[in-house]
Design a protein around this ligand. Structure first.
Ligand code: HEC
Length: 131
């Protein structure tokens, strides 16, 4: 075994030893504490959180918008309550995501209409946090 592969094996062991709770450092909001949009449900916000972070429906949102949704070089901050497109209402967010899905099929993940409603509720919620 070369020194490099020993170092790699060490890194792998370290990565496996880190408990999932360490993910809290990513700044991912506690979805259970987020507000629920008008006409939406807590269940949608919770499912939307999982889709956003790639744990359901092949969602890819966090890859570009960040685990904390505060943006990366590839996607803007969704937490400020300031929107490039529309007024931040459920209807406007849904229209934006629908547009993106049409322009770049598969980019967002494999979202059913119910998945879209859930991730819209989640994006609304992170844009309307009180803290
Ligand atoms: C490949 C990178 C990428 C992925 C994946 C992605 N986005 Fe985006 N998203 C962007 C970029 C870049 C913009 C801003 C582009 C623009 O000006 O239209 C954007 C804009 C948005 C907006 C509009 C923001 C505003 O200010 O009006 C919303 C809402 C949004 N994304 C939600 C999502 C959701 C939800 C997902 C997953 C289902 C997702 N995005 C996946 C890159 C991405």
């Amino acid at each position: 075994m070369s020194r490099l592969s020993i170092a790699r094996a060490g890194a792998l062991v370290l990565a496996l030893a880190v408990p999932p709770a360490a993910k809290a450092d990513s700044g991912r909001p506690d979805a259970g504490a987020l507000p629920v949009p008008p006409g939406g449900t807590r269940e949608q916000v919770l499912l939307g959180d999982r889709i956003f972070h790639g744990e359901a429906a092949g969602g890819k949102c966090a890859e570009c918008h960040g685990d904390d949704a505060k943006g990366t070089a590839n996607g803007n901050d969704l937490t400020l309550g300031l929107w490039i497109w529309g007024d931040g209402s459920v209807t406007a967010i849904k229209a934006t995501i629908g547009h993106n899905m049409k322009m770049a099929p598969g980019m967002d993940g494999r979202l059913t209409p119910a998945d879209v409603d859930a991730v819209v509720a989640y994006v609304w919620a992170i844009g309307h946090r009180k803290d």
